[in-house]
Design a protein around this ligand. Structure first.
Ligand code: WT7
Length: 656
């Protein structure tokens, strides 16, 4: 071992302790304080959650903390009545009416809007009136297909106010993907925008919505926000403008929040799984909100004067829990940004931090890698001294990126919270508490209060320290999704059947001798491309739907910026020729079927796919071939071992 390698090894093992300065003012000030509270949360969860539920205002107290009559289904805070929009807005008005709730930065620098809590209340109430007028009632689904503009938060909270269930669809999804989600949710009203700005160009959202709606006959009303001013078609009798509806007679500045049961559904959010159609994860009003609010407060160590900036899109769970519900429930000031991280240049996020004096910054490893590649001059060119805490989410963070983030953005003084969680979990399950838990770069560290993770072997027995295995969670917590919309059977099978009622995360992980968790990534057929969750089955069925394609298999390959990229093996029907032109056509087709986030980085045409004798595609073998590994492992169960050599010879390069 050379000197530099050994010092590299040492620094890789370096533990970063919270500074006294940070710990003294933090919610949780020491590791022993964390341990004490953690063990009481595990020893007596009902007592713990009963006390913590007071983070919300309840119109009527709950009668039971936790109920599980039919495992694995569960209820939290049953009998309790509350309203999410009341908790996120109304209750702050007395003390924080003039406090900024949302600071919105459009992609064009001059486009800035600020909404105080009082103004937010007014906008939310007005839009709730509009929804009511169009016949939206408690339990109805409203689909929201909007860019990162204040109206996305306003419409979510307006739904919550009148008990409608929102289903936000990420603006980067295609018309086809939107149509699938609208139809599954049964939404009868859609909120969208004419367009939005990304890298100076207009994203034509309304056009995509129009195309989707050709397949969604039960959507009777479309409310369109004027954002980009691009020319669009308005369908008479169906489409109305947001700004016109908001000014109509009868649209008052206030509307009573309705009483929701703790277990009433607050929203659906679609996420990709191993097979088939994306799953509409159902989150509740009481448990979800308690969990989002509490994790926000402790993990981001929230203070009254903080300015909090999360770069996620609200179309994903991160935006739901940590741009809208978590921060607003705590009365925080949230910065929201419309555009791309590199528009007009790779200093954009740092410019936003400087401009609004952001104190907490939360982003994804892929963003850090992409911006680090651009060089240190970008952060150096901006005043970042307002920052006091950094966060990351979406995929494992490699230690080099962690250190780049720590040194160049946090200037060595801001703790980094590496937060592990999922759409299904509602909120963060494993993360440091920044004033209490020493950090190890690349580890999400320790479980949050009330969370009992386990690393399991194939046979369900617990793995030893240092031994990798399936990451499972032993018992339910308030934020867990209660079911899959219209598909409780799939919920049980996907998450609870493998390990006897324990929640299966789909991730692999390891615990070290200090009890720190190291997440190694998905061990099912889910790919994390730039932190976005893509189901291999969805991409495969998109490929197979193209004329001339007989079969397709999709696997992840490591990618320096995206973390993972999509590599597709495509078998064509007899007589079809696989050339570069067809590759481009297939990529275009996947974009059309799902969205640009799902496009394959590389396509390899193949004569056949490696299969077991029972006909199952051997993804393990394909993964090895795609990443150029000479060793494909044991192929003794393969039906036709000759396929491997042919595939190896045809391996294509992944463009960086
Ligand atoms: C998957 C969930 C929940 C926020 C956004 C993603 C991966 C998430 C981490 C982390 C390692 C992480 C896991 C997980 N993941 N955070 N800090 N370290 N991996 O939500 O789209 O539902 O994806 O993201 O693989 O299962 P999601």
């Amino acid at each position: 071992m050379t000197d530099s390698a050994s010092s590299g090894r040492k620094s890789a093992k370096k533990v970063y302790y919270p500074s006294n300065h940070f710990s003294q003012r933090a919610c949780i000030k020491s590791f022993s304080e964390y341990q004490k509270l953690y063990s009481s949360s595990i020893r007596n969860p009902e007592k713990f959650w009963k006390a913590q539920a007071s983070i919300l205002n309840w119109f009527k107290p709950f009668t039971a903390v936790f109920q599980q009559k039919k495992k694995p289904f569960c209820k939290w805070f049953a009998g309790g009545k509350l309203n999410a929009s009341y908790n996120c807005i109304d209750r702050h008005i007395a003390l924080r009416g003039d406090k900024k709730a949302i600071i919105w930065q459009g992609e064009p620098e001059e486009d800035v809007k600020v909404l105080t809590y009082t103004e937010l209340l007014q906008e939310v109430c007005k839009f709730a009136h509009v929804l009511r007028k169009f016949g939206v009632r408690k339990g109805d689904r409203v689909c929201i297909y909007l860019p990162m503009i204040p109206e996305i938060a306003i419409s979510m909270l307006a739904c919550a106010r009148i008990g409608a269930i929102h289903a936000v669809v990420f603006g980067g999804f295609s018309a086809q993907a939107l149509a699938k989600r609208i139809n599954d949710s049964g939404a009868k009203l859609l909120v969208t925008a004419d367009g939005s700005f990304r890298r100076g160009k207009i994203v034509e959202l309304k056009e995509a919505a129009d195309e989707a709606l050709l397949q969604c006959k039960h959507v009777k009303r479309v409310v369109v926000v004027k954002r980009a001013g691009n020319k669009i078609r308005m369908k008479r009798g169906r489409d109305v403008w947001w700004h016109q509806e908001m000014e109509k007679k009868g649209v008052g500045n206030f509307i009573e929040p309705i009483l929701m049961d703790a277990e009433d559904t607050l929203f659906l959010l679609y996420t990709s799984g191993t097979t088939g159609m994306p799953k509409g994860m159902e989150h509740t009003t009481g448990g979800y909100l308690v969990y989002a609010a509490l994790t926000m407060k402790y993990i981001f160590d929230l203070r009254e004067e903080d300015v909090y900036f999360c770069t996620a899109d609200i179309g994903w769970i991160t935006g739901h829990s940590y741009i809208v519900y978590g921060p607003l429930c705590n009365g925080a000031t949230v910065v929201m940004y419309e555009g791309a991280p590199d528009a007009p240049d790779p200093g954009r996020f740092w410019k936003i931090v400087e401009k609004f004096k952001v104190s907490i910054f939360y982003t994804a490893p892929t963003v850090i890698r992409a911006l680090a590649k651009e060089g240190e001059q970008w952060p150096r060119g901006h005043e970042l001294s307002s920052l006091r805490l950094l966060g990351t989410v979406g995929e494992p963070i490699n230690p080099e990126s962690w250190r780049w983030y720590f040194n160049n953005i946090g200037k060595g003084k801001c703790p980094i919270v590496d937060t592990w969680w999922q759409t299904e979990t509602g909120g963060i399950l494993i993360s440091p508490l920044p004033g209490a838990v020493p950090l190890k770069p690349g580890s999400a560290t320790v479980p949050f209060f009330g969370i009992e993770p386990e690393i399991l072997r194939e046979d369900g027995k617990k793995a030893k320290a240092g031994e990798g295995g399936y990451l499972a969670i032993k018992k339910p917590w308030p934020g867990i999704a209660r079911t899959i919309w219209k598909n409780p059977k799939r919920y049980v099978e996907t998450y609870f059947s493998k390990f006897n009622g324990k929640y299966l995360t789909g991730d692999g992980a390891m615990v070290d001798e200090d009890g720190y968790y190291w997440i190694t990534g998905r061990i099912d057929d889910v790919i994390k491309v730039s932190g976005h969750r893509i189901g291999t089955a969805e991409v495969e069925s998109a490929l197979v739907s193209y004329p001339g394609v007989a079969e397709a298999a999709v696997v992840p390959v490591p990618h320096p910026i995206k973390g993972e990229a999509i590599y597709a093996f495509v078998v064509l029907k007899k007589g079809k020729i696989g050339d570069d032109e067809l590759k481009l056509k297939l990529i275009e087709h996947v974009k059309k079927e799902i969205g640009a986030i799902a496009k394959p980085e590389a396509i390899q045409f193949a004569e056949g796919l490696p299969k077991t004798r029972s006909g199952k595609i051997m993804r393990r073998v394909l993964k090895a071939i795609a990443s150029g590994s000479a060793e494909v492992g044991d192929v003794s169960t393969m039906a036709d071992a000759g396929v491997v050599e042919e595939l190896k010879n045809g391996a294509s390069f992944v463009q960086g």
